[in-house]
Design a protein around this ligand. Sequence first.
Ligand SMILES: [Zn+2]
Length: 438
Amino acid sequence: RAKRLLLSQLFQPLNLQGEAAGEGKAGEPTCRSQKLMLQAGLIHPSGPGCYHYLPPTVRAMEKLIKVMDEEMRAVGGQKLNMPSLGSAELWRASGRWDHMGPELFRLADRHGKNYCLAPTHEEAVTELVASQTNLSYKQLPLRLYQITRKFRDEPKPRFGLLRSREFYMKDMYTFDASEEAARQTYDLVCDAYRSLFDRLGLPFVKVRAATGSIGGTVSHEFQLPADVGEDRLVLCPDGHFAANVETLNEGQTTCPTCGKNLTQSRGIEVGHTFYLGTKYSSVSNAVFYSPDNKPQLAEMGCYGLGVTRILAASVEVLSTEDGIRWPSLIAPYQLCFIPPKKGSKEEEGAVVLERMYDDLGEALPHLAGDSVLDDRTQMTIGKRLKDANKLGYPYVVIAGKRVCEDPPVFEVWNQNAGEVLFLTKEGVIELLSKVQVP
Ligand SMILES: [Zn+2]
């Protein structure tokens, strides 16, 4: 039998009533996801723009990474892991050592050699591919990606995991034999991003974007519309046109296709794609051999997804004012079981509920590690249900008044749908058999 996950034993310091530690000094800007994640024991501040990701957050992140891995593998992605220390030499060669300015964390080793803590890996991956001296056109396209910790010396870190100085990112780098092939890769990866956000149930818009410090000629951002977002977007009401304001020509206020007035909105950037051409491959001389055995520069693209930012942005856009809502697929725990209060009339129902918990784990093994038992039985069911609502478990199973009936009937809350069902054990298992975990 799987070990029961008792809420009282989980390292998730809850502060659901008042101000959470580290919520910021009075007057400092905050946002819904930051407040909720601090109160729910999901993150803990360690310094400006730096957070401990507490166990439930790591669970959500690992699930999100599994979904990303599936989507990246589906487009031929091969996962690797590159060093966080980027050599200054490489970054000077691309021009970004100076161009990045104070955003780049820099340090020197004991020999006086300079490094940065990498925010992205265009230089490193291009150097890696350039070192493969006999790369053939037959080995292309090459689509390499990693999911690692990145660093950026933000001038104003804020909004919790939405804008922090250390964060996780999924970054893919692609190498193709021609511009045409590289553009096909570009569309393919954009489709994979669409698929990811659809599976998470997140409303997103893909907008034309500026290429910024990465460079290249074509770029798009995937944005979640939200008032707290730091990007300003303009959208055609009929969906012909969507762009980051940065890319607009001065005075442009109408849709180039239909002429309707563009509407303004704010967004949280959760993904960014770039068609790079030969900007980096020409610096490192990353070449492949063509069918007539001539060396040619690889055509590149790079593609980022903010892993920790997607977690926070999901909480930001899906939650209510005081209750976290996760995309069901990546909720830290799918289920919470609430036994009766100690000393209440229904106390004997505790055993029935515990058996339900164990039987569910056996019937649906993929949910066994996803079920929490709220063993704080000194509290009423109502108080614990309120907490469960704030913490946002997709499903809550309660041993209420009808647990003493024969057969026992459980109260089941589907929190994302906002509905309550009364079900026997078989009914609960049937309902939850449809729940997916990555
Ligand atoms: Zn239009």
